[in-house]
Design a protein around this ligand. Structure first.
Ligand code: UDP
Length: 258
């Protein structure tokens, strides 16, 4: 395991070569960034929690027929996934106005949208992931029109499923980001869900109090970010042994150098 080849290090994850061709290991870090990496920090235990939450959501999505890169979770911080060619588009799904939408169009945060809004951003850190139209995506060949149909249909189904799932545990799904990838089968390729789904890339508000249970706690210096991620995991019924116990145990082990 120690000799494996690192393929890529991103802001929140490291990708290693997987055990078989066509597979990758995703390692979830505690590192947190915001505002195109201008703000940097760590959220204790985030990697462990995001690994578990993402496993949970991708598994449930698989049950309703959403194909994804997820194969299985390997350990506390790693999961085995299929290698994909990432479509260079971030798909933002919005149910309630917040964040950049509120800023851009002057709509008060928390205003419910009359219907689900899909937005696309071109994945390019140097450009700050600019918002683009489907016409740009077609014009520059980032994804075909057929692929965009699959992507948008999947994004809407994922949103319907996730909004219901979170509502059931007293959480409003305000917005979230998805990434998709291509897998090649002979001369054909198909689109599958990739990356991760976790409080890093979702806005999650408590239904009763509107308390933020996501990365906005870090972005906006609200404090309590580790507790917020733990709360989402707890409500999802993950870590039945207790999230904090699992995380404390880990840091104890680390201290002892194991
Ligand atoms: N998002 C993300 N990665 C990005 C940009 C956005 O995960 O690079 C998520 C973000 O967490 C939020 C949603 O996408 O849940 C919409 O983000 P928005 O466009 O409002 O951007 P922000 O206000 O975070 O800059």
């Amino acid at each position: 395991m120690s000799r494996r080849r690192q393929i890529y290090e991103g802001k929140a994850k490291i990708l290693y070569e997987g055990p078989e061709p066509g597979t990758i290991i995703q390692y979830f870090k505690d590192d947190a960034t915001a505002f195109n990496a201008e703000k940097k920090g760590t959220i204790n235990g985030k990697g462990v929690i995001n690994n578990r939450i993402s496993e949970h959501i991708f598994t449930l999505l698989g049950h309703i027929g959403i194909p994804s890169h997820f194969i299985r979770r390997l350990n506390m911080r790693e999961q085995l996934v299929k290698q994909v060619e990432i479509v260079p588009i971030e798909v933002i799904v919005r149910n309630v106005a917040a964040g950049s939408l509120s800023k851009r169009l002057g709509i008060e945060e928390g205003t419910p949208l009359p219907h689900t809004l899909l937005e696309y951003c071109y994945k390019d850190d140097a450009l700050g992931d600019p918002l683009v139209a489907e016409e740009h995506i077609a014009c520059f060949g980032w994804a075909s029109q057929e692929e965009m149909q699959d992507i948008s249909a999947m994004a809407i189904r994922i949103n319907d499923f996730m909004a219901g799932m979170f509502a059931g545990i007293g959480i409003k799904l305000i917005d979230f980001k998805l990434e998709f990838g291509r897998v090649f089968e002979g001369d054909f390729s198909r689109i599958i869900l990739a990356d991760e789904i976790s409080p890093d890339g979702c806005r999650l508000w408590d239904i009763e109090t509107n308390e933020k249970l996501d990365k906005d706690r870090f972005r906006r210096d609200l404090g309590g970010e580790a507790e917020a991620y733990q709360e989402v995991a707890r409500r999802l019924g993950l870590f039945p042994e207790g999230v904090s116990e699992v995380l404390d145990l880990n840091s104890e082990r680390k201290k002892r150098g194991k």
